[in-house]
Design a protein around this ligand. Structure first.
Ligand SMILES: Nc1ncnc2c1ncn2[C@@H]1O[C@H](COP(=O)(O)OP(=O)(O)O)[C@@H](O)[C@H]1O
Ligand SMILES: [Mg+2]
Length: 236
């Protein structure tokens, strides 16, 4: 569908409803990076703990030892008071540190890790989770911009995921992200009669003559499979 993949250095938004396969697609991108191209990658989760990600994604037979998985999630160690003050646990590799949530800190961690491991691929999953931390929409947009600019500066090929409310067609949550990235991929889980089918489309990808199809996609025991020639909706 992309005519050879995501162009190097692009930052791509993967947008879709809950359970559409955004995290799976993002992790598969990192796994393939290591397994097929020897490109180190890092996954920054704002939603799930590293051990849960590893457990969930290992069932696809992916060896994730070489993917650097980081997360920023509240943990049981923190009191309600800590949480109210924005205290969070930052898991970095096998260790962790506590700190007060800030996008500055997240960007600092991404920058340090990318340089440390020589990452060529980066995933940030998801920016919708940022809305939990940042109420002010103006600040939120500025933070998203600054984060996309960091990824450009680092020169990594990157995926940022965003969750759109189910049933709504929109691509972005905050009205800025689809404009500042070089690519947008939509993933869908569509009700057709009494069952659901998965679809994927490339809405934007600078530097490629990409497919205009909404193609069939499956999540199987080996991960995501895309059928570029199978249109989700037959013509006419
Ligand atoms: N082995 C499997 N075979 C088929 N589908 C699976 C398998 N494992 C997980 N899934 C599907 O993948 C979905 C989770 O995808 P995920 O990437 O976490 O979605 P998102 O990040 O968009 O919320 C599950 O809801 C389930 O439908
Ligand atoms: Mg997810």
């Amino acid at each position: 569908m992309l005519g050879g993949g995501i162009p190097k250095g692009n930052t791509v938004l993967v947008s879709g409803g809950p359970g559409t396969g955004k995290s799976t697609l993002a992790m598969q991108f990192l796994y393939n990076g290591i397994a097929k191209f020897g490109e180190p990658g890092m996954y920054m989760s704002l939603e799930e703990r590293p051990e849960d990600l590893v457990r969930n994604f290992s069932k696809y037979g992916w060896d994730l030892d070489k993917v650097e998985i980081l997360s920023i999630v509240p943990t049981g160690k923190l009191s309600s008071n800590d949480l109210r003050r924005g205290r969070f646990t930052f898991r970095i590799g096998k260790g962790f540190r506590e700190g007060t949530f800030s996008m500055d800190l997240i960007r600092e961690i991404i920058r340090d890790k990318v340089q440390e491991i020589g990452a060529k691929r980066v995933v940030l999953d998801s920016i919708s989770a940022l809305a939990l931390h940042l109420e002010d929409k103006f600040i939120l947009r500025q933070e998203i911009l600054a984060t996309v600019h960091l990824l450009k500066e680092l020169g990594t090929t990157s995926i940022i995921t965003t969750e759109t409310p189910e049933g709504q067609g929109g691509l972005s949550r905050f009205g800025v992200e689809e404009f500042v990235v070089e690519g947008v991929i939509g993933v869908y889980n569509i009700k057709l009669g009494s069952k659901r089918v998965r679809g994927i489309e490339i809405l934007k990808m600078r530097g490629t003559k990409h497919s205009q199809n909404i193609s069939l996609m499956e999540i199987t025991d080996e991960g995501i499979i895309v059928y570029p020639e199978e249109n989700l909706f037959s013509e006419g």
